[in-house]
Design a protein around this ligand. Sequence first.
Ligand code: 2P0
Length: 319
Amino acid sequence: IPHKTPKKIGQGAADVNIALSKYWGKRQVELNLPTNSSLSISLPGLGTHTKIQADKTLQHDCVCLNGKRLKQDDPFAMRLSKFLDFFRETPNTFFDIHTENTVPTAAGLASSASGYAALVLALNDCFDWQLPKKELSLLARLGSGSASRSIYDGFVIWHKGQTENGLDSFAEPIDAPWSEFCIGLLEIDLKAKKVASTTGMQQTVNHCELYQAWPKKAEQDVQAIQQAILQQDFSELGALAENNALSMHATMIATWPPILYWQPESVEAMHMVWALRESGVEVYFTMDAGPNLKLMFLQKDAERIQQAFPALKLIRPFG
Ligand code: 2P0
């Protein structure tokens, strides 16, 4: 990072993303280096907007989340301050941060992904670094792994990288807009999750025998899903993504103590998706570290799917 003095109020905005091939497990915790590559789709209009200003008169960082000033010992504020330690001009330069989420915080909709991506974009503006996106992605990764993917719109691959310093672990866009591709958000429960992703991942890596099989499968899925995107083969994409999500959840369930993010209503919704598919409507689901489902389908089937799930929030990533 070029050493520059912070100039002005910096601003940044980024969207959340949903992984079609998941990031689950770190080979190095401090730098958020993943055990496997992952592939996502960004959701326009759902995300985070952040403003940041360096202020030499402050005694500590001041964090406002959705208009509410957080206490210094709030876990969200502490995680943010730890990340900002990378960027202080002097150890006593603190920041005033205002961040607004248009997704519920910590409800399995990856607000940390859009949050750290927006923060890095705001820092880039504040310090006038003018960094290329690849480097912004790398910096966002240091805040939260999945944030590396939220630097871009559309389909995105985060390459796991191999080096110990992580300079080769960043995301890049896949240039393949697909106007018919739809995502539907099925909110089961928006309360904050009980097991944070970071904790869940480490518990799985350390206490699940099935996890051994995961990194190889994940790498194959990233490649196969990328092919399906490039060929616009929706059936292949949906099947691979649903299987990838269930395989990730299988490793969580098989860890000890077990981690099960699903609620009874999540399982009910899975059965409804499978029943719809059997009736000839092509719809697939994916799930993250929470009880909510994200459906994948094509625009031509949107009406049928909306009828089956009236509460569905429809998003057209390339609309
Ligand atoms: C993903 N998740 O690929 C996976 C699927 C959750 C399940 O990335 O510890 O908040 O900050 O690097 O990025 C959520 O994990 O974890 C996540 P940290 P992060 O979307």
